[in-house]
Design a protein around this ligand. Sequence first.
Ligand code: IMP
Length: 191
Amino acid sequence: MKLIFATNNQHKVDEIRAVLKGPLELITLKEAGINIDIPEPYNTLEENARTKSSTIFELTGSHCFSEDTGLEVEALGGEPGVKSARYAGEDASFEANIDKLLEKLKGASNRRARFRTVISLLINGQETLFEGICEGHITEDRRGNNGFGYDPVFVPDGSALSFAEMDMEGKNRFSHRKKATQKLVAFLNSL
Ligand code: IMP
């Protein structure tokens, strides 16, 4: 089965490709010849994921999925959450978002946080949602150069390393995205 993945983020493509095996073929927007930046204007990960997958379905009529991810920090009441990409402002860089997060958590003893991924899968236009959660904490300083986004300041439970200190295989032992993708695979296998 061919599935279009509605993202322009190559890190996400690589992480999910490492989980999808066998008869599932993941096609990127670029490979599908689609040059589009789909806005994420909603207040929930679910709605943002849905708008991305339904946009691609309307354009192509193909089976497709999208995902939206947020970093939810306990001491900040779940912030930045759905606003993770634009925490420090519209079009903020990863660096600026991390700076703002570390500043807000300065001196905080509760540094608990989790990544939450929601996948919206459309098969023949019919939606199923999948969720993946990775619990952990926010470090005091950046650690490591791999990955993307908040990876340098997030340490998953059960690890001494931040996501940015791991290679992709290491991150995928813990990752929210991997957990959501595994549910998607199990669902497709059950059809
Ligand atoms: P989105 O899902 O692309 O909207 O991501 C929202 C924000 O969370 C972006 O700033 C990403 O960089 C960040 N983000 C999403 N997934 C991850 C991840 O696996 N690690 C670190 N940051 C992430």
